[in-house]
Write a protein that binds this ligand. Structure first.
Ligand code: MN
Ligand code: MN
Length: 315
């Protein structure tokens, strides 16, 4: 992470321009030289209820400055590890979004992820609604096999509804269809769903392991992790509505009965140990419903802690 004191400035979190974690801005996608690259995907035409996730990347970037104090890294006294130390992270800005044009907007997101992968960096994409996962997964073709871990209240496994195939209820179905995707772990699924019964049956037939929040609490985190293929390449997609609305109200389709912070952090930390995390997206933060900003802060905190643990596990 960038450390302002090196340039003789204090550069406190509330000072300056809000890149993610106040990491350097790299607008040239041909010149990415980093371990981790952040891409914004401010796209929300895939929503079926409350829109507003197009402002997610800005909100999460601003919230992430809270975690950019000038001292190097993030010391965790429970783990006795300083995470994010010597991690080279850049923010490459946003994919260009063309209003009402899903195909072109998604293609631009895919280009950004491809540029990050070409540079050998870990792509971290901030949505946007969950449909932005579709171009992210597409960008990994030829780089499989990939196992997808989804944190979400909703299964998002709709094949097609009224001709819509690229909305925020479709991404896990589109992912499961890809040749380079070998399976999915779908965690936190509950309540009113994006998907009808036949979608659940199709998901299981296509290699999904579906667990609700209550089922994961009954199993415990260790036994939940044990159901995820070990040693695999994981792509992790985090829909903020997987968390409980009491801590993450700022989202289009909140669903009560969600995860608390440490359940998800322990799952993510376990994944970083269990296999190789090769890509991340975090979606559905809609700041207009986030009256205290706590949802964006949660998103930033989850991402920075997850990135820190992934890079630490790589050694
Ligand atoms: Mn979702
Ligand atoms: Mn959801």
């Amino acid at each position: 992470m960038s450390h302002g004191y090196e340039s003789g400035r204090l550069n406190l979190p509330f000072v300056g321009i809000s890149t993610f974690g106040k990491s350097p801005y790299q607008p040239d996608w041909e010149a990415i030289d980093a371990d981790v690259a952040i891409l914004g995907a401010p796209f929300d035409f895939g929503t079926q209820w409350r829109p507003g996730a197009r402002f997610g990347p800005r909100a999460v970037r601003e919230a992430s400055t809270l975690f950019s104090f000038g001292h190097a890294g993030a010391y965790d006294h429970e783990d006795d590890v300083t995470y994010l130390e010597d991690v080279r992270m850049v923010d490459i800005g946003d994919a260009d979004i063309v209003h009402t044009d899903t195909i072109r907007s998604h293609a631009n997101i895919e280009s950004g992820v491809r540029a990050i992968l070409k540079a050998g960096a870990l792509p971290v994409v901030i949505g946007g609604d969950h449909s932005i996962n579709i171009p992210c997964i597409r960008a990994f073709d030829g780089q499989g096999p990939l196992h997808i871990v989804q944190i979400d209240a909703h299964l998002d496994f709709v094949d097609e509804r009224h001709g819509v195939r690229y909305g925020h209820g479709n991404p896990m179905r589109r992912a499961a269809e890809q040749e380079h995707v070998t399976g999915l772990s779908q965690f936190g699924i509950r309540n009113v769903s994006s998907t009808a019964k036949e979608g659940y049956e199709a998901a299981r037939a296509m290699g999904s392991d579906i667990l609700s929040v209550r089922q994961i609490r009954a199993l415990g985190i260790e036994k939940t992790l044990a159901r995820v293929p070990t040693g695999a390449n994981y792509y992790v997609t985090i829909d903020i509505d997987g968390f409980d609305p009491s801590i993450a109200p700022g989202t289009g389709t909140p669903s009560h009965g969600g995860f608390v912070y440490y359940e998800v952090l322990e799952l993510l930390a376990g994944l970083a140990q269990r296999g190789t995390v090769v890509g991340i997206d975090l979606v559905e933060v809609a700041p207009d419903y986030d009256q205290t900003g706590t949802t964006a802060i949660l998103a930033a905190q989850v991402l920075l802690n997850f990135i820190g643990r992934i890079l630490h596990a790589r050694g």
